[in-house]
Design a protein around this ligand. Structure first.
Ligand SMILES: NC(=O)c1ccc[n+]([C@@H]2O[C@H](COP(=O)([O-])OP(=O)(O)OC[C@H]3O[C@@H](n4cnc5c(N)ncnc54)[C@H](OP(=O)(O)O)[C@@H]3O)[C@@H](O)[C@H]2O)c1
Length: 273
């Protein structure tokens, strides 16, 4: 495993997701604060990052990128072209660029850079902050297995990883990157149900959240099909089947399927904004 404690990391455009990744990586203790430099567009943002994360910061992307072994591109899709133009001759084949930018392909990044720089694409999600992230990873045409492994090692510090063909990335963005927002709405709604059924709100929210966590862990740990696990909870003529009937009446499945499909469709077009 490529050692992370000997690498220097530059987070280019450390906004919400960049900060989440830095926090998660620091929490693992594999990487020290001194190994990280972060950039942003405004000095005010850099001040927040220094105060919260105790890392060095600069407004100068070139300086940050030059000093790093691993350059993490964390800007919005619309800002990516400008940053890549700025860094086109700075980034070298002995570095690796890891991009978490939605909608921007490894090919697009490689084309903008003047050197044959290894590029790896990663699509994480915000539960990375609490060590429960899900990150899809794919290597570009100049990346080797060791670059993909290095990226897996970084994102394994903050959750699970999966190496996937890049063709799947817009779908991944719609499912696991946008997904936490959908699940929060589900948790909020389950809690509302609990309140309607007479529970105090804080109790209802805790019950709803832990139930989602437990159900997700059952799917992952047992590797059973979710339908089998659902059937196991559903006693004939019991209360669960009455609840399921209401879910089906309300079109929960179709609504969730459409939500993922729409988010994935949008992921494809972000670059054109
Ligand atoms: N949020 C998610 O759940 C999630 C999940 C997976 C992937 N992503 C991807 O992560 C990326 C960032 O999303 P986000 O939510 O973190 O956005 P964000 O909070 O807006 O962060 C973007 C950061 O980029 C900085 N920036 C903009 N232009 C710059 C420049 N020219 N030089 C240096 N820094 C620059 C901004 O600095 P200032 O703050 O100073 O303006 C800001 O801090 C997106 O591409 C998104 O697709 C997000």
């Amino acid at each position: 495993m490529p050692a992370l404690n000997s690498k220097k990391f530059a987070f280019i455009g450390a906004g919400k997701m960049g900060e989440t990744l830095i926090k998660g990586i620091l929490a693992s203790s594999e990487v020290k604060n001194e190994q990280i430099v972060a950039t942003a567009r405004h000095e005010k943002r850099l001040g927040q990052l220094r105060e919260r994360l105790k890392i060095s910061t600069t407004l100068n992307n070139i300086e940050a990128a030059e000093s790093a072994d691993v350059v993490l591109l964390c800007v919005k899709p619309q800002a990516a072209a400008g940053i890549l133009a700025e860094l086109q001759s700075v980034l070298k084949p002995n570095q690796v660029v890891i991009s978490i930018v939605a909608s921007v392909t490894t090919g697009l990044i490689e084309d903008k850079l003047l050197n044959k720089v290894p590029v790896v694409r990663a699509m994480p999600n915000t539960p990375s902050l609490v060590g429960a992230g899900m990150t899809a990873i794919c290597g570009g045409k100049f990346s080797e297995k060791r670059h993909v492994t290095l990226t897996e090692n970084i994102f394994n510090l903050i959750g699970r990883t999966i190496v996937l063909d890049e063709n799947y990335f817009d779908s991944v963005t719609g499912l696991s990157a946008s997904g936490p927002a959908f699940i929060y709405i589900i948790i909020e709604s389950l809690a509302e149900g609990g309140v309607k059924a007479g529970l105090p709100r804080d109790v209802a929210t805790e019950l709803a959240a832990q139930t989602c966590l437990g159900a997700a862990k059952m799917v992952i740990d047992t590797q059973e099909h979710p339908a089998v696990l659902k059937d196991n909870v559903t006693t004939p003529a019991g209360c669960t089947i009455d609840g399921i009937l209401k879910l089906e009446e309300g079109g929960l499945r179709v609504t969730l399927i459409k939500a993922i499909v729409e988010a994935a469709k949008r992921a494809k077009s972000l670059i054109n904004d």
